[in-house]
Design a binder for this molecule. Structure first.
Ligand code: 0WD
Length: 256
């Protein structure tokens, strides 16, 4: 019997087959989870729908997480169909490209607000609607990066948003622990995805891993998926409020 047999949950953040959320979804499905997916807009629906159908998704729903009504609607639809859920994957981030290109002090007020809203606040909003459906407890996983705690070149406003996301993870875990709901973040090494293409010199981040990470390489979507499986299944039952590094050990190396 699979680790996720009988568990149902929602995956936020698949944009295409390179997405980290897709790597997580495949691991969960392989262990028997029943899945729902959200997509940001119609353009992405064309990519997400066939992927979701290939893992027998029961629901494929639109959701722009900058809009509370859309988040509420997702959980209403899921609640009507399933009654309860066991897990949520939050793998969403956004910042204006200009705000990732120029120097950090040039970040606009609106760009700062936008990055915080979509990349950090959305976890709070999603959790608010998810928690009432986690009637037997549950597990929520979000995605972060080392740039939350260190000033990583070019990560800029996204690093600040990830710091807020990691702190939100701890506050949500502290609040929801008594309901048996766990909230954790995975800090992944650099992986080539659509979102990563917005970070200047991203290739250099990968080559730094090849030269300096203890495993002498970066990590894969599949490896992030395996750690998410641990945190979302009963294997992670004693773990909450953590930032779990899946970065080939780079976190403890002083970068060159
Ligand atoms: O190296 C990397 N790729 C790392 C990514 C290292 C460590 C962490 N992460 C994080 C990202 O910051 C993000 O939180 O992992 C998460 C997933 O990112 P990803 O898999 O790298 O990127 P991608 O495949 O682009 O998925 C992120 C998706 C969006 O894609 P685009 O590229 O269209 O912005 O987040 C979704 C969207 O599908 N998204 C939204 N979903 C709902 N509402 C919104 C929104 N407003 N904005 C973006």
């Amino acid at each position: 019997m699979g680790l996720m047999e009988g568990k149902r949950g929602i995956i936020f953040g698949v944009a295409n087959d390179m997405s980290i959320a897709w790597g997580i979804a495949r691991q969960l499905r392989a262990e028997g989870a029943t899945l729902a997916f959200t997509y940001l807009n119609e353009a992405l629906e064309r990519r997400v729908r066939p992927l979701a159908e290939s893992v027998d998704a029961e629901l494929i729903l639109p959701c722009d997480v900058s809009n509370d009504e859309e988040i509420e609607e997702v959980f209403k639809t899921v609640g009507d169909k399933w009654g309860e859920i066991d897990f949520v994957v939050h793998a969403i981030a956004f910042a204006n490209r200009e705000d990732l290109k120029h120097s950090f002090s040039q970040t606009s007020r609106e760009g700062f607000r936008l990055a915080m809203d979509i990349s950090a606040y959305s976890l709070v909003a999603v959790t608010r609607y998810a928690a009432p459906l986690m009637k037997k407890g549950g597990s929520i996983v979000t995605m972060t990066y080392l740039g939350a705690t260190r000033a990583v070149p070019n990560y800029n406003v996204m690093g600040v948003a990830k710091a807020a996301l990691e702190s939100s993870t701890r506050y949500l875990a502290a609040e929801l622990g008594e309901k048996g709901i766990r909230v954790n973040a995975i800090s992944a090494g650099p992986i080539r995805t659509l979102a990563a293409s917005g970070i200047a010199n991203f290739k250099k981040k990968i080559s730094l891993m090849d030269d300096n990470a203890p495993l002498r390489r970066t990590v894969t979507q599949e490896e992030v998926g395996k750690s998410a499986l641990y945190l979302l299944s009963d294997l992670g039952s004693g773990v909450t409020g953590e930032v779990h590094f899946v970065d080939a050990g780079f976190n403890f190396v002083v970068s060159a």
